[in-house]
Design a protein around this ligand. Structure first.
Ligand SMILES: *[C@@H]1O[C@H](CO)[C@@H](O)[C@H](O)[C@H]1NC(C)=O
Length: 142
């Protein structure tokens, strides 16, 4: 099996300069012989942005991550969570296709059997006002 991941990212500043960064994550477990999707999970998904190209670990599974979060910008446009770097169960790091507006936090604990669940804290659209969409991310270990 190989675990593919995709991010939904808003980099448009389409809404009057209001960019929201990370809007969702999709994990897809695929049989490498048949390319059949064996299992797919999607986080809660925000309304903005588009799905970025497929990414994956070259072997093994996703085992740890580091979240890029933009600190509060006061009256300026905030995006909150923007990107994730994943560590694989084989020695390899994959940089997500998100934005580079924030700062990377500490690496999460390592899932020795890989990551198999996503839990996202999503800010609801505010209508008028600065939207940020994804604010925090938790992964479950297999
Ligand atoms: C992938 O699919 C093939 C054909 O259905 C199956 O024989 C094989 O066991 C599958 N691979 C894994 C790792 O399950």
């Amino acid at each position: 099996f190989v675990l593919f991941f995709f991010f939904k990212v808003d980099r448009e500043q389409s809404k009057g300069g209001d960019e929201t960064g990370l809007n969702g994550i999709l994990l897809s477990c695929v049989n490498t012989t048949t390319f059949e999707v064996v299992k797919q999970i999607t986080s809660s998904v925000g309304p903005w942005g588009t799905w970025t190209p497929i990414q994956w670990c070259p072997g093994g599974f996703l085992s740890t991550f580091c979240l890029c979060v933009e600190p509060k910008q006061g009256n300026e446009d905030d995006t909150a969570a923007d990107n994730i770097i994943f560590g694989c169960t084989v020695p390899h790091i994959v940089m997500g296709n998100g934005l580079e507006r924030g700062l990377y936090g500490a690496w999460s604990d390592t899932c020795t059997e890989g990551i198999n669940g996503i839990n996202i804290r999503l800010e609801k659209p505010k209508g008028i006002g600065d939207d940020t969409s994804v604010n925090d991310v938790l992964f479950n270990c297999a």
